[in-house]
Design a protein around this ligand. Structure first.
Ligand SMILES: N[C@@H](CCC(=O)N[C@@H](CS)C(=O)NCC(=O)O)C(=O)O
Length: 259
């Protein structure tokens, strides 16, 4: 029996859910970032981050490791392409999605995701820097997709690259970034949205928005933001160290337990 320590809005948990659905693997999902499930999450992962996968006692932490585990455990269909060059490309895009794309979207979205309770305004320059960096990434993705005829990032089949990218790309519209200037990314987005696994993911997110936020208090920590590596790096690299120290001084920042 597989249990996924999950969260409907986490791009990393969504990536793993997509992988499980593509492989048609049944699983039970726990919304592990809900405050009343956090103790259970900490018991399997001291950093208290989702996703974590528990396959009958085999515990795997982190979305990239989980997808690699799923490929070993359920080889069909594979989530890595066949050739070494395309495998390298798939891993590179997964890394870019997990590090840079996630960091930019996370840092700019604190003011419009319902999971956070903020009544201040974002620094204007932060939103501008984020939109600028997102456009650069989209140009790069457009060029990669335009190079080959396949519908997906590494050819005709879905790979870890597509699964890692899609949850972020599907959050660009609320971040004020349109796909209109990137016709090849738009074509890829349409191909992704036609997959049953993606349709299920999008309707899960939509349903969860209603369930978690429209009825009673939010089930999540909303006052403090949990900060880690790449998300802090992007802030510092773009000149927002001062803003970040103010967040720490105001008691609005938290950090994962090392371990
Ligand atoms: N490198 C990890 C990152 C996981 C991660 O950052 N998860 C976030 C949600 S997107 C989390 O659980 N944060 C803890 C929290 O928000 O309390 C992975 O690939 O799975």
């Amino acid at each position: 029996m597989i249990t996924l320590y999950d969260n409907p809005f986490s791009p990393f948990a969504r990536k793993v859910r997509l992988g499980l659905r593509v492989k048609d693997v049944p699983f039970a999902s726990v919304d592990a970032l809900a405050l009343d499930e956090l103790a259970r999450l900490r018991a399997v992962s001291p950093r208290a981050e989702v996703p974590v996968l528990d396959d009958d006692g085999v515990v795997v932490v982190g979305s990239a490791d989980i997808l690699a585990y799923l490929d070993d455990r359920f080889p069909t269909p594979p989530l890595l392409p066949a050739t070494p060059a395309l495998r390298a490309r798939a891993r590179a895009w997964q890394r870019l999605a997990d590090t840079l794309l996630d960091a930019i979207l996370h840092d700019m979205s604190l003011w419009f995701w319902p999971t956070h309770h903020r009544d201040d305004a974002p620094p204007t320059a932060l939103i501008e820097a984020a939109q600028h960096d997102l456009q650069a990434l989209l140009r790069q993705l457009d060029a990669t997709l335009a190079r080959d005829a396949g519908a997906f990032v590494c050819g005709a089949e879905v790979s870890i690259a597509d699964l890692a990218l899609f949850p972020h790309v599907s959050s660009l519209k609320p971040a004020g970034v349109s796909l209109d200037p990137y016709p090849t990314v738009q074509r890829w987005d349409r191909a992704m949205r036609a997959l049953p696994a993606v349709r299920e993911d999008l309707s899960h997110v939509k349903r969860s928005l209603v369930e978690k936020f429209r009825q009673g208090p939010s089930p999540y920590e909303g006052e403090k933001v949990v900060w880690r590596g790449d998300r802090i790096e992007w802030l510092l690299a773009r000149g927002f160290a001062g803003w970040f120290w103010e967040e720490i001084a105001a008691g609005r920042a938290a950090f994962p337990e090392p371990g």
